[in-house]
Ligand binder design. Structure first.
Ligand code: C2E
Ligand code: MG
Ligand code: MG
Ligand code: MG
Length: 277
């Protein structure tokens, strides 16, 4: 790019890089104080049964309301948190919030509700992950059965042995494990046989595409999951047509703007048990 822009272009290019780096540094130092300043909030998005729209769970999604910058999207600050190691503190904070919510939602014992929490690969590099999870479950009186952890395919291809041990320990406690954005990572499928996976979350790109072949891939994923005894959640469901297709294909659960966008806890708890189908 710099070359194509010629001599003046290089200056422009390097100035742009410096500005990006400065912006990142600024976000990093602001993010360090976000927890103590109370700028973080967990939103919840429902997961429903495709069959009848009954809410069976939710996904916890972190939000950062900065005093001056306003709402900073996770796509901007999660990568910074991962690179700087701040994800450990943020992750613990989100996990505690989500466990409190799960305990609250399951308090009346009528319909079980599972709260899913996203875990970065970086969080698995810490040897105290299982201990952290155990302590917070105790502290919040949250049953492991009310919690699901969403991980990405790339994690399973990184540090194989330790990851396997950690996932097995979490699963033994009763926590479920879901593969997030399934189908967008590496093409290796052998990890599905080796790792303890309960749920596949089909990536939004397969759901939103009008391409016939994407629909065929969704069916193929459903078939793999059925063979392996895993459940499937379709993410990013926005239209009734998409929901109808998923219902006809036998997909278990769905999540997306059709049912509800992610909401602050106070609004989320007011949602009805059955959402648009
Ligand atoms: P994800 O885990 O795949 O989360 C789903 C994302 O899709 C969310 O974006 C959600 O708001 C969005 N979404 C849900 N339904 C629809 C739909 O129907 N249409 C469209 N277009 N989008 C939909 P969000 O909240 O911006 O989060 C982005 C990513 O940031 C997440 O992707 C996850 O990877 C990461 N993230 C969010 N919170 C946390 C967290 O607490 N910890 C970690 N490690 N990562 C997080
Ligand atoms: Mg997720
Ligand atoms: Mg996802
Ligand atoms: Mg995603």
């Amino acid at each position: 790019l710099a070359k194509r822009l010629g001599r003046g272009g290089f200056q422009f290019y390097s100035r742009q890089l410096t500005e990006d780096a400065q912006h990142r540094l600024m976000l990093e130092s602001e993010l360090r104080r976000a927890i103590e300043r109370g700028e973080l909030e967990v939103y919840y998005q429902p997961k429903v049964l495709v069959e009848n729209g009954m809410m069976v769970g939710s996904e916890a999604l972190l939000r950062w309301h900065h005093g001056k910058m306003g709402m900073v999207p996770p796509a901007q600050f999660i990568p910074i948190a991962e690179d700087t190691g701040l994800i450990a503190d943020l992750g613990r904070w989100v996990f505690r919030e989500a466990c409190r919510t799960a305990a609250q939602l399951n308090a009346d014992g009528s319909v079980p509700h599972k709260v899913a929490i996203n875990f970065s690969s970086r969080q698995f590099q810490r040897s105290d992950l299982v201990q952290m999870v155990t302590e917070i479950l105790d502290e919040t009186a949250c049953h492991a059965e009310w919690i699901e952890i969403e991980i990405t395919e790339s994690l399973l291809l990184d540090q194989q042995y330790e990851t396997l041990a950690t996932l097995c320990a979490l699963r033994t406690k009763g926590i479920s494990i879901a593969i997030d954005d399934f189908g967008t990572g590496y093409s290796a499928l052998n990890y599905l046989a080796r790792f303890p996976i309960d749920t596949l979350k089909i990536d939004r790109s397969f759901i939103s595409s009008d391409d016939k072949r994407s629909a065929e891939l969704v069916k193929a994923i459903l078939s793999i999951a059925r063979c392996l005894g895993q459940s499937v959640v379709a993410e990013g469901v926005e239209t009734v047509e998409q929901a109808a297709f998923l219902r006809a294909s036998g997909c278990d659960a769905a999540q997306g703007f059709l049912y509800s966008k992610p909401l602050p806890k106070a609004e989320f708890v007011k949602l009805p048990q059955f959402l648009s189908i």
